[in-house]
Design a protein around this ligand. Structure first.
Ligand code: C2E
Ligand code: CA
Ligand code: CA
Length: 446
């Protein structure tokens, strides 16, 4: 019995020793040595799985103050609480280590893009900014974070650690409590997106200052008659410089601001239509773009739209909503598209040919129009393959009873080719650029 007890004790002690060799005594996170070992393994895994990861290197700002004001015991408590809070902002498979006195590091698996890593870094800064309950006074600390992307920045663990560490020092020197990407290019991009987000929020609040809607005419390919217009959002910042939708729509989609923007566009369109009506001008059809993000569950977009139209006394039948192919394939999107159609709106598939969809879906959703993606129009009529694609899309649509719109028509030769092959409607700079309502009046009168 004695030997047995002894053996058990030894096994326990060995386990404890092993644990002590791998884990940090205060926070129970991986220690530096073990973290580096795990980082090497992580790089291999990330490369194999093909989805980018990120390495975050943290330094706790003003940690010395905690020790000085509240003592070392409180300092240890704060480190433990920091570890807890960091864990809560990461996914269960992610790895966190304490790699120095007041330095931590984390490996995020599968974040994919720097933008997603930035969201995690932001959350971390936020949770650490909350006061820590210490005696005799509560403690406030911050985080400076350096971020590298794996394997984009490097696939070598030492290099990644060094680069993250360097980026962390830049974050500190720029005023602490912030994150910095090692790559200058990524940094600029993220910075620009943050600026756009802030300005967009401000614009939406400040009575939509700088926001307006441009209308691009769509004409009959045979007769040149105006068939309708596509509403395209426009935004000029305080300094009057316009920002392209290609730059601000993706930011609005990522931040959810697209929901408010979408509501705003519809109201603005209704207002513009009412103004045109007062001048005796009726636009036959208005096409409005809808982002996939607006089709998600939990937001009753169709109900919202109907309410707005009722309040402006607008007819449902003249509105067409443009969605991309991918929306048809998404289960959430599909329900909403049914609702659109049931409410009496017509649906157009935007940028057709650039995404994935099956022909069966076109029938299933009773799609009214297909818009041939600009990239297939650009090289008409000389490029034989693009010509084949365009004419195949037109023939297929005809067979299914779907209207075909060609986008990005810039030359007479393109227009002639499309008309000859049976395309119904043309839209593009050849006919008109997207224009303000005032210019639209002139266009129609001409
Ligand atoms: P989109 O729906 O494919 O819109 C067509 C884009 O092609 C517009 O760019 C238009 O100005 C441009 N375009 C029209 N004719 C020509 C041409 O002949 N040549 C060339 N090169 N381009 C032409 P824009 O206005 O910059 O909009 C970009 C994208 O932003 C749109 O692509 C759409 O996806 C999105 N967007 C614009 N307004 C809204 C909106 O109100 N809501 C949503 N969700 N997305 C919008
Ligand atoms: Ca469109
Ligand atoms: Ca398009």
């Amino acid at each position: 019995r004695f030997t047995l007890t002894l053996r058990k004790r030894m096994a326990f002690t060995e386990g404890q020793l092993e644990h002590m060799a791998l884990y940090d005594r205060v926070t129970d996170l991986y220690n530096r040595h073990y973290f580096e070992h795990e980082l090497r393994k992580a790089i291999t895994r990330i490369k194999r799985e093909g989805k980018d990861g990120a390495l975050l290197y943290f330094d706790v700002d003003d940690f010395k103050k905690v020790n000085d004001l509240c003592g070392h015991q409180a300092g240890d408590d704060v480190l433990r609480m920091i570890a807890e809070r960091l864990k809560k902002t990461t996914r269960s498979g992610d790895i966190i280590g304490r790699v120095g006195g007041d330095e931590f590091a984390a490996i995020l698996f599968g974040v994919g893009t720097p933008e997603n890593a930035a969201v995690v870094a932001d959350n971390m800064i936020r949770v650490i900014a909350e006061p820590f309950p210490t005696e005799p006074i509560e403690s406030h600390v911050g985080l400076s974070i350096g971020v590298t992307m794996i394997p984009v920045d490097s696939d070598d663990s030492d290099t990644l650690l060094r680069c993250s560490d360097m980026a962390m020092y830049v974050a500190k020197s720029l005023g602490k409590n912030r994150y910095q990407f090692f790559s200058e290019e990524i940094n600029n991009r993220i910075q620009r997106q943050l600026e756009i987000e802030a300005a967009l929020r401000k614009a939406l609040k400040a009575d939509s200052a700088g926001l307006w809607v441009a209308y691009q005419p769509q004409v009959c390919a045979k007769t040149g008659r105006l068939m309708g217009v596509e509403a395209l959002m426009r935004w000029a910042q305080d300094d009057g410089k316009p920002i392209s939708p290609a730059d601000f729509i993706p930011v609005a989609e990522k931040t959810g601001l697209i929901i408010d923007l979408g509501k705003w566009v519809l109201k603005r369109v209704c207002r513009d239509l009412a103004e045109l009506r007062s001048l005796g001008i009726e636009i036959p059809k208005v096409a409005i773009n809808v982002s996939p993000r607006e089709l998600t569950r939990g937001y009753n977009i169709v109900g919202e739209i109907c309410q707005t139209l009722v309040s402006f006394g607008e007819r449902v039948g003249r509105f067409q909503f443009e969605v991309t192919e991918n929306a048809l394939m998404d289960d959430n999107g599909a329900d909403v598209l049914d609702a659109f159609r049931d409410a009496g709106f017509s649906l157009a598939i935007d940028d057709f040919g650039s995404g994935y969809s099956s022909l069966g879906y076109l029938k299933r959703f009773q799609v009214s129009a297909l818009k041939i993606d600009q990239q297939f129009v650009q090289r008409l009529p000389d490029d034989a393959e693009d010509g084949a694609i365009a004419s195949a899309v037109i023939q297929m649509s005809k067979a299914l009873g779907i209207t075909v719109v060609a986008e990005g028509v810039e030359t007479e030769a393109q227009a002639a080719f499309l008309a000859e092959h049976g395309c119904d409607i043309l839209q593009g700079y050849l006919i008109s650029r997207p224009i303000a309502p005032q210019q639209l009046i002139e266009f129609i009168r001409k």
